[in-house]
Ligand binder design. Structure first.
Ligand code: PMP
Ligand code: GLN
Length: 390
């Protein structure tokens, strides 16, 4: 990039998955499932290919999928959307986020995110030429929580966008209604727009509730809500995502989206439309399976000697690797590069989700993220290796 911004670089996920493959490590790094999503949904895509749904779908997405997305938002959250103008299908949440940021922010604008943040958020802000301002998530009694004083100072009249992510990758935090209220107040105070990344909306545990910020008073009109079928239905490679919100904002995102991909995923769109309508039992069963795997991984990390934070959502656990560091392996980044070869397990350093040199990067320098969205065998292998070799 002309600005020399370091956010646009090979993703840590690709690097760690390559290292896992090269070393034969159990891959608890990149967040994708070992086991594909429900067979009936996969069959629906095969049916769509057979019945000739193989050419460009409409730029906004097929009507059945837009209707299914609107019905999903209504059924789960009471958000009413016009599928004709307020729903846009995208190539995964990644495209929705990037197109929205490119559409709404530019040089001179500030975009506020939490820190740590998902890496594509920072890259999209850099591609837009906007300035990235961060609000730390700090350890609290319930895990990581929004630093309220930092939120107040970060959001100023220069703030064009506030980017929210709940359930939060990498920390697993589910933002509370109160925290979302503070973010909403800050957005209203400076008349900023909000983009909210809710790809883990259905992956919440321990009775935690996912609250879309668009449901808070006054927020529907200034919020773009992004989600994706990848996590919800364990079909990450299909890249069917969406963004919903006021027609005028969707129009702006569509203007950019047409020149990123125009459209995509023709046979996957009708399959995901059916999944969103009839897949609630599959979602519940995935949540139950993941909950059990979360307990397994947390218990094992604790036996090995990590202190970790119990995630309320997502499929990630963050853990402090300090007890295992040495002169040769001095921090979380070095640990993540060392672990696959030495122990046969891959993870991801939290520094990859932070700005270089930031206070949060310093605070989390020794931390790493493990995913538990892997099958019983991968998880058992990883646990056995951590417990016997580390
Ligand atoms: N946002 C977050 C927080 C993520 O963890 C991911 C990774 N799947 C994405 C967006 C990207 O989603 P998709 O694969 O649908 O592009
Ligand atoms: N969201 C996944 C993760 O956090 C990675 C997806 C990707 O590699 N783009 O691990």
């Amino acid at each position: 990039l002309a600005s020399g911004d370091g956010s646009v670089r090979p993703t840590i996920f690709a690097e760690m998955s390559a290292l896992a493959a090269a070393t034969g490590a159990a891959n608890l790094g990149q967040g994708f499932p070992d086991d594909d999503g429900p067979q009936w949904i996969r069959e629906a895509a095969i049916d769509a290919i057979r019945s000739g749904e193989n050419q460009y779908p409409p730029g906004r997405g097929i009507v059945a999928l837009r209707e299914a997305i609107a019905a999903h938002q209504s059924r789960h959250y009471g958000i009413e959307l016009d599928p004709a103008t307020e729903v846009l299908v995208t190539a995964g949440a990644t495209e929705a986020l990037t197109a929205a940021i490119l559409a709404l922010a530019g040089p001179g604008d500030e975009v506020v995110t939490l820190e740590p943040f998902y890496d594509s958020h920072a890259a999209a802000i850099a591609m837009a030429g906007a300035t990235h301002v961060t609000v730390p998530l700090v350890p609290s009694t319930r895990g990581f929580a929004v630093d309220r004083a930092a939120l107040e100072t970060a959001v100023t009249p220069a703030t064009k966008l506030i980017l929210v992510n709940t359930p939060h990758n990498p920390t697993g935090t589910v933002l509370t209604r109160e925290e979302l209220g503070l973010i909403a107040d800050a957005a209203e105070r400076v008349d900023a727009l909000v983009i909210t990344d809710e790809v883990y909306e259905h992956l919440v545990f321990d009775g935690a509730t996912h609250t879309p910020i668009a449901t808070l008073p006054g927020m529907r009109e200034r919020t773009l809500t992004v989600s994706s079928s990848g996590k919800t239905f364990s079909l990450t490679g299909w890249k069917i995502g969406w963004v919903t919100g006021p027609a005028q904002l969707i129009e702006a995102v569509l203007a950019v989206k047409q020149f990123l991909t125009y459209s995509g995923g023709a046979p996957f769109q009708p399959a995901i439309a059916r999944a969103l309508v009839g897949g609630d039992a599959d979602i519940a069963s995935l949540r139950e399976t993941l909950d059990a795997r979360r307990e397994l991984l947390l218990a094992s990390l604790s036996r090995v000697g990590f202190s970790s934070v119990r995630p309320e959502g997502t499929y990630f656990v963050c853990a402090d690797a300090t007890p295992f560091l040495s002169a040769d392996v001095p921090d979380g980044a070095a640990f993540a590069r060392w672990l696959p070869g030495a122990v046969g397990v891959a993870c991801v350093p939290l520094s990859a989700f932070c700005r270089e040199g930031s206070a949060t990067a310093e605070a989390l320098a020794n931390w790493v993220r493990f995913t538990f969205v892997k099958n019983d065998q991968t998880l058992a292998t990883a646990i056995e290796r951590l417990e016997t070799r580390l």
